[in-house]
Each structure stands twice: as C-alpha cells, then as structure tokens.
Design a protein around this ligand. Sequence first.
Ligand code: PLP
Length: 435
Amino acid sequence: MKALDLAIDDARARYTEANPNSSAADENAERWLPGGNTRTVLHFDPFPLTMASGNGAEVTDLDGHRYIDFVGEYSAGLFGHSDERIKQAVRQGLDFGIVMGAPTEHERRLAALLCERYPGIDRVRFCNSGTEANIWALTTARMITGRTRFLAFNGAYHGGFLKFPKGHHALNVPFDFVLADYNDVEGAEATIRQHAGELAAVIVEPILGAGGNISGSQAFMEMLRNVTREMGILLIFDEVKTGRMGPAGMQGLLDIRPDLTTLGKFIGGGLPIGAFGGSADLMALYNPKNPDHWNHAGTFNNDVCTMMAGCVAVGEVYTPQRAQAFLESSEAFRQSLNELFSSRDVPMYANGLGSIIAVHFSNRPTLRSTQITAGCQALRPLLHMELLLQGVSICSRGDFFLSLPMTEAHFEQTRNVLDNFIGRYRKLIIEVLEA
Ligand SMILES: Cc1ncc(COP(=O)(O)O)c(C=O)c1O
C-alpha cells in the first residue's frame, strides 16, 4: 500500500539521518562480512544499529542514543547487560583457569540445578547452543526408537538448521520431517497417527516463538503428550526460550512431562550454552561407564566461564521464586499493553506470555501462525523503526523480550512510545488491515 510505503520510507530516512556512525560502520563491515553481518536475524533495512555498550536493561549505539533493550538477545539476555553477580562469576572463571580439558565441579553444580528445576530432566548433558541441543535430542530419539522421521510444526524455529518458517527450509539439516499445524489439535493428532510407525519424535516449542510467540493451548500440548505416549514416539519440548517461564519452564506451568527437554539461552547467564536432558533411563545411554554407551562430544561443553556464570544465573539470581515473580510482573506489563491497545481502539495485540511477547496488528490473540495477515507483516517495519526513533529497541519482527533489570519506568516509557505511535498511525493501521 502506497501510504504505508511512504510512511516506512519517511521513518527510514529519519533513522538514517540520526545514525551516521552506525551507517558508516555497517558499510565498512561489508568488506569482511557478507552484508556486514554474521547473524541474519540482526539485519534490517536500511542498516542495523551498531551497539557500543550495554548497561542494565539499556543499550547505547555508536551515535550515542540510548535504548530500552527489548531485543533481550532473543531471550538469552534475561539478566540484562551488567548483572554484578554474573560478571563476578565470569571473572572467577578466568581466575579458576580456562580450557581445563577435564571435568570441573561447576558443570556438576549447574547440572544439579537444572535437574532439580525441570520435571522432565533427571540427567542432563551440555553443549554450546540451542540448535545443537535440538540436534542432540533428535538424534537421541532416532537412536532410541530406531526410526528416522520427526514431526515438527509449521512456523517452528529450533535453530539455524532446524526451521520451518513456511514449511521446509533449504538450509535445514537433511533430516526427514513431517509438518503439522501448531495448535491444531485434531489435524496434528491425525498427522501423528498417520505417520506413527515412522516417527522417532515430535518436537515442539511450548510457545511457538519465531512463529509469533503463540502459546500452545493446554489441550494441544496434552494431546501431543497422550498420542506420542500411546504410539511409542518421544516427545521433545524445546524449552530453549521458554525455560525462563516460571519456576520450572512451560512443562511446569502445563504440568506435562516430556521425554526429552532442550534448554539454552538464559541458563548460561548470557554466555553461549545449550543442554538436553530426560529421564535417568534414557540419558543412561550416554553413560561412558557403560560399555555400549553413545559418545557425546563437544570441546566447549563444560567451558568454565559458562558453567560458573550458569551456576550463579540459575542458582542465585533467577531462583524459582524470582522466576515466578518475574512471570507475574511481565504478564502484568503484557496485559497493560493490551489495555492500552483496546483503550485506543487500535487493532494491535500483545501475544505471548509474560516476558515473551510479540505485538501483532490484529484485534485478537493470534492462536495459529496462519492467522498472521499480510497487513500485519507489512506494518512491522514501521513499528520497529518508529520505536527505535523513540528509544525503544525491539526485534524487527515485533518481539519484545523482557529482562530482569527492567523497571516500571521502562514499562511506562514504552507504553508512552506506543501511545505516540498509535496517535500518529492508527488510521493508517486500520486502512492497511482493511485493504
Ligand atoms: C525455540 C528455540 N530453539 C532453539 C533455538 C536455537 O538456539 P541457538 O540460537 O542457541 O542455537 C532458538 C533460538 O532462538 C529458539 O528460539
């Protein structure tokens, strides 16, 4: 739509003018990195901001502008940028000795913390990313069941090689996936039953993240648990993002015990990490004291600084009590956004749960990714640019990830910025959605 294109062009022109240093830095980086970038999700037009520093829940760019940081490192930034206890743990890690090439007490302590916390995890193994954790979980399921197919959901993101934005993706690992629709209780059940004899595992995000922060309904998640159990298929909960939800992740809130759970993001206190775990029986297959064990490798699986930061992050900062309180305060913020949108009678909705939010251009909650309209997608760059221009940094696709150092003042400022956005564009938003 022409009016929307003009509005986005105008916002981008103001953004370019305001950010000469980031613009130049981006251009220079093209000499060494394709498009100046090493992580596609961080690119947006006309160029991303280059960040110079971070403090608490705020970041400062190369041109000296400060932002409330709702990118939140796509949820890994739960602790913000400068938590003193985590910084101290990393310093202690450096003093302890890095690249030890042997077990240390730190991975054992972090393992204990995670096993005590998540009902689906009796034993755990570490790796370096959420992507890796999911590949380990899938291959574990394949080895256990002797089957080679998996079922995943349209719109799911389980990592750089495991994504299904619009069906299968050319860059995915060459695993054999059957796809079903998220939150489609009958349809997904029928697909699982149809392929039951071939399926090693069903892998699911309890909140469909990149697909729009859509919460899996209780009925949907229970169906997955019941049908997979009945058919001898393993159920994998990808809690890489949702592990932060309440005291025991979404499996705790839903009261559903998956066979395998994958974790990442916050559990390393902001340092690179992944983990996969399950019942003691199942994970015993990785026990090297057993002559037939499977070999699980990774040079940095027990990296000292990560493990020490993780122990403090999970054991001291983000305790189960803190996680519960954070869920409640973030959920109150999400609700306050929806109160704002409805009081301004604008078709916007803060989807998700607690600290994992995506703002959609719609009057109602989005329950399926197929409900995300072309108009909603077309409006996202405008929201993103205008919020940046007013000091609020969100993901370009409309996600807001809350962090622990955020205060009521940050929330109030964000509501004011959104209120300004609505004041300026309400009519255009309605026109775009009705076109
Ligand atoms: C649900 C989910 N699973 C897996 C991953 C992959 O994690 P990583 O980026 O650490 O490889 C992500 C990353 O965003 C994710 O959101």
